[in-house]
Design a protein around this ligand. Sequence first.
Ligand code: FEO
Length: 396
Amino acid sequence: MHQVKLADEIYYVGVNDRKTHLFENYWPLPHGMAYNSYLIVDEKVALMDTVERTFIDEYLSNIKNILGDRKVDYLVINHMEPDHSGAIRSIVAEYPDITLVGNKKTFPMLENFYQIKENTLEIGDGDELPLGKNTLEFYTIPMVHWPETMVSFEKTNGILFSADAFGAFGTLDGGIFDDELNLSFYEEEMMRYFTNIVGKYSPHTQRAMKKLSGLDIKMIAALHGPIWRSHTDFVLSRYDKWSSYQTEEGVVIVYGSMYGNTEKMADVIARQLAVRGVKNIRVYDASKTHQSYIISDIFKYKGFIVGSAAYNNEMFPSVEALVTKIEHMGIKEHLLGVFGSFSWNGGGVKNLMKFAENIKWDVVYEPVEEKGALKADKFQMCIDLANAMADRLNAE
Ligand code: FEO
């Protein structure tokens, strides 16, 4: 078996998941998911987090491939979500003398999830754990994206074990380090991961990045996605950009349409945006594309134009689900346009305007609502909506 080394005594022992369709039973995994874990083999042996529980056989084999019969002294629990903590019980069963290292918010979760209370070592911000040549230093990063989340910084080699932060969807297909693979793919999947899993906690992410800014980080070893050793600046700058709601020029248009009338309005708006020189235009049918991809693009682009047919006097269900998610995520600093159609009574546009009030984005033009098929005056209003959005994008 290959042994993958981050440094002299530090190994990758993670696994690839190509079976699961939905991460957290919600987010699509077309390219799978890696659950990363690391092993520091020094005078003391430390395991950095575990993996999803169904991979325990492969995981133990990865560990024993390096350790043989040697025991693990410490399990450092940077994050308690079960995609990483799921194998803790099995690890404790395999190494009964192991010490579980966490912070004061880790251990109540450990007991709640796994009824484990023994052999714990509570650390706090800035505390150190010497292993021999290597020393771990701990920093809590609450709500990135769970309350107990912390990172461990290995001081000798400058490796940041960063929990979910800087992670990405996607398996590690041979390439495990950032310089062994195509970054453009992982940038997309890293952004989709950040925006949907961590993005609600962008202000916390900003605080965490400030807290860690004094560390001399040479490598970032997250719990998902590639290990960053040649492009740490790239991943740090992306996280800074996304978590501070910095956007690019472009517009996401999303619609919910039963018989094509609202969709037609979306196409008119998209065409006029292109006529006005907007290059990045993404049009999505909310019923077709999973919201994780749409939300990722909303984080990316400044403009958002959303349309809904009326449905039982309410928004179209897939649009309602999307805008509710956006509200819950508290995404900030966007330009907004609203449109839609109805047959006999409204509901789509009226409720989208409630969303506009709640989200407090800047509405660039009056809502455009058609009865039935698109006709000349509302066609012109769709053009005017697109022009208003293009004007605002140009002004910024
Ligand atoms: Fe990868 Fe928050 O678990």
